[in-house]
Design a protein around this ligand. Structure first.
Ligand SMILES: [Zn+2]
Length: 371
């Protein structure tokens, strides 16, 4: 539910310095213990904070449950999106602790630093081999569902905490800080430093299947002028060169959208939505959007061609990219399992059935039943 909501619901005051490290999150230590006590002894209710003195009591109590108590400087506890002071893209850190203290990635364990209402940063490190880098794009797999020892997926990933937060970022266009372990870029185990790449935006998300379980896949793109392209940094490291720390534009492998193709599709339908028939007319003329059926870029690699583009109104486009709408093989459109309409297709518009099936697959991934 997030920190604010938790404190509000339980009428707790925020901790100033002492936090419990739980699943990579920092949770106000006394409120956590107080509320937990209330759950264990409903007849007594939450433990009053006057029973705690300083951090020592909380530390003892937390350690009995196997949690670590961490002391944070007061100014570090607020959630910061976007750039952090004195830390340009390309800044290298000895270890996770150093990156933590600089404010780049405010957790020393988890890959995602975020909550249900937003994610501040991601750290790519060795264990997560599903993550891929191409040009200024990163394909990132959400957290959860893995065996801690083998890294294999043993359960479905869930749309919760930082996984859900990344989708909030996607909706709002809010950037995420990316920290990457050098060895991920160079494939050399001996490279143990961490490099801050800068700010990335979440350009799409979808479901996928790994080892038979549902995973969440996010596509992140380097924000021009606010980040370094991961592939360029990797190339510099492999050549033994210094990483350029100055801000710069990167252009390699950027997806160049062919707006003419989308324009042709929109013209074919006179800007009417292929799903709901809505035709918006603005002061600047009719408005519609070209929606890619199979998303562009890694890991989906959909083509920028007419057979992969629909003409949609902004509402249907949002529902389609948000994996609420899917198109069945008979052309009916389903919205979160409920009938929604029928896709209108002009005889001149040859759609690729494989791309439509692909969009349906990444919108409604089904894992094998839990054993
Ligand atoms: Zn529509």
């Amino acid at each position: 539910m997030g920190r604010e909501a938790f404190l509000r619901q339980h009428e707790q005051r925020p901790s100033a310095r002492y936090f419990a490290a739980v699943d990579g999150l920092h949770i106000d230590s006394k409120p956590l213990l107080s509320v937990a006590y209330g759950y264990q002894y409903p007849d007594r209710g939450p433990l009053s904070v006057r029973y705690f003195s300083g951090g020592a009591e909380a530390r003892r109590a937390l350690s009995r449950f196997g949690y670590e108590l961490v002391e944070l400087p007061p100014e570090s506890t607020s959630v910061v999106y976007g750039e952090v002071p004195d830390c340009p893209p390309g800044t290298a850190f000895e270890d996770r602790r150093e990156a933590y203290e600089a404010g780049v990635h405010r957790t020393t364990q988890a890959g995602i630093a975020g909550q249900a209402d937003g994610t501040q940063s991601i750290c790519l490190s060795d264990g997560y081999s599903d993550d891929r880098i191409q040009g200024d794009l990163i394909s990132y797999t959400g957290f959860g569902g893995r065996d801690a020892n083998t890294g294999r997926h043993i359960a479905d990933q869930q749309l919760v905490k930082g996984n859900l937060g990344l989708i909030e970022n996607y909706k709002l266009g809010r950037p995420v800080r990316i920290l990457v372990k050098e060895s991920v870029l160079t494939s050399k185990k001996s490279d143990t430093e961490y490099i801050y790449l800068g700010l990335f935006t979440v350009t799409s998300w979808s479901w996928g299947i790994r080892d038979g379980w549902k995973i969440l896949i996010y596509q992140l793109r380097a924000v021009s002028g606010e980040s370094l392209a991961p592939e360029e940094v990797a190339a510099a490291l492999v050549r033994g060169e210094d990483i350029p720390t100055q801000r710069r534009r990167s252009n390699i492998n950027r997806i160049v959208r062919n707006y003419d193709v989308a324009a042709s599709v929109k013209r074919l339908y006179d800007n009417s939505c292929q799903i709901c028939s809505t035709r918006l007319v603005t002061a600047a003329g009719p408005y519609s959007e070209g929606a890619h059926i199979r998303p562009l870029g890694i890991p989906h690699n959909g083509p920028d061609t007419m057979e992969n583009i629909l003409c949609l109104c902004p509402n249907c486009h949002t529902l389609f990219d948000g994996h609420a709408l899917t198109i069945q093989s008979d052309g009916t459109v389903v919205n979160l399992g409920e009938p929604f309409g029928t896709l209108m297709v002009d005889p001149e518009h040859r759609l690729n059935a494989d791309h439509i099936a692909y969009q349906k697959k990444i919108s409604t991934a089904k894992s094998h039943p839990a054993t």
